[in-house]
Design a protein around this ligand. Structure first.
Ligand SMILES: NC(=O)C1=CN([C@@H]2O[C@H](COP(=O)(O)OP(=O)(O)OC[C@H]3O[C@@H](n4cnc5c(N)ncnc54)[C@H](OP(=O)(O)O)[C@@H]3O)[C@@H](O)[C@H]2O)C=CC1
Ligand SMILES: CC(C)=CCC[C@@H](C)[C@H]1CC[C@H]2C3=C(CC[C@]12C)[C@@]1(C)CCC(=O)C[C@@H]1CC3
Length: 327
């Protein structure tokens, strides 16, 4: 039977590289690029069809940061397909990032240097804003829109005698200290990105608890440090060009510098090949690249607990009711 794969944020970076890899793996699958900008989506589709002329590539308009858009995209999916086998929740933003240069400089000469380059912990802040649904934009895009999409697609993901995989592109920057149950949208802090990624780790665990019995399995991935539009937005272009040789050098000391979108998509691709029932719901699957350029996937236990994940799950269900009431 034809497998249906939906990828959010598929028009660039890790999402687009994943699509290339999936089509190389299985040219018979039906790939749906779920994007907010249809011009960019069409360009991505053309690029994919150039390398895979007989592939089935569909486009879906989806702005994960808008409740209305998520609801109508989910309706469109139900009208087009009879089931969804893989749902890659990959779209993400990091608006107005600021690097704390003092911490970066200090870190360079500390014992924590490898950890700092792997996680960027304490190094990055962002300026968030409220979107037209009245939600914090980073939370809405990176977490809540995707959560709503899963909820709306439940009948498509939970089919009798079939399993489905929901795969979140999380990050090594997901940090417990950035997340608070009292402020799930991270209105009051300066690390909304880190908070939203930690929340996706928690939600994945809760989804497994609630949905495994219906055939839905959720996993989280860390693609490593990848050069994409998102990372190019952190520092000026000329700076990245200048430090590029250093980046390749850093790879000799940390396997988390995957650098290219192809390498970053390694764990996302690897999960496509696994039986979802055999995966560990408490592990994050990391894309890693050795100093010699060899790609591999490694699971690492996450710093998450059941009660926090359950409380966040309940909070999102409540928020879902609230936003739907307001429509
Ligand atoms: N690059 C890195 O080092 C790392 C990235 N990640 C995560 O990987 C994922 C992919 O990012 P990456 O490839 O790096 O960066 P890109 O900016 O290249 O890709 C992000 C994708 O998400 C899309 N997107 C953003 N907002 C929305 C929205 N509201 N609705 C629909 N699509 C949207 C973008 O579309 P558009 O082109 O229209 O903006 C783009 O296609 C993100 O979740 C990111 O957090 C995690 C760890 C490290
Ligand atoms: C000298 C030199 C190489 C400087 C670059 C320092 C920083 C700009 C990077 C060090 C660790 C990086 C990192 C990310 C962005 C760029 C760094 C802060 C991410 C936060 C990008 C998005 C993620 O989800 C995780 C990445 C972790 C590492």
């Amino acid at each position: 039977m034809e497998r249906i794969v939906i990828v959010t944020g598929a028009n660039s970076g890790i999402g687009l590289a994943l699509c290339e890899r999936l089509l190389t793996q299985d040219s018979a699958l039906r790939l749906c690029l779920a994007c907010r900008n249809m011009q960019r989506a069409e360009a991505a589709r053309s690029a994919l069809l150039t390398s895979h002329p007989s592939a089935h590539v569909d486009l879906l308009h989806l702005d994960v940061g808008s409740v209305r858009s998520v609801l109508s995209a989910a309706q469109e999916v139900q009208a087009r397909y009879s089931k969804v086998d893989y749902l890659y929740l990959n779209a993400g933003i990091m608006p107005n990032p600021q690097v704390d240069l003092k911490t970066l400089f200090k870190g360079l000469f500390s014992r924590n240097v490898v950890h700092m380059f792997a996680t960027a912990e304490g190094l990055l802040t962002q300026q968030d804003r409220v979107n037209s649904d009245g939600l914090q934009e980073v939370f809405a895009t990176n977490l809540f829109g995707h959560f709503l999409l899963i909820r709306e697609l439940e009948p498509m993901l939970c089919q009798a005698d079939l399993t489905s995989s929901v795969i979140w592109t999380s990050s090594s920057n997901a940090c417990r200290s950035a997340f608070s149950l009292e402020d799930i949208q991270h209105k009051d802090g300066k690390e909304p990105y880190s908070s939203s990624k930690y929340a996706s780790d928690l939600i994945s665990l809760a989804l497994n608890r609630h949905m495994n019995s219906q055939g839905l399995y959720s996993s989280v991935v860390c693609p490593g440090m990848v050069m994409t539009n998102l990372t190019y937005g952190i520092l000026p272009h000329f700076f990245w060009t200048l430090i590029m040789p250093i980046m390749w050098l850093i790879r000799l000391f940390t396997n988390t510098f995957t650098i290219t979108p192809y390498n970053g998509a390694e764990a996302l691709h690897w999960l496509f090949l696994q039986k979802p029932q055999c995966l560990d719901p408490r592990s994050k699957y990391h894309s890693l690249t050795s100093g010699f350029g060899k790609n591999y996937t490694q699971p690492q236990k996450m710093d998450i607990d059941d009660s926090l994940s359950e409380e966040l799950y309940s909070a999102l269900i409540e928020l879902e009711k609230e936003v739907k009431r307001k429509l």
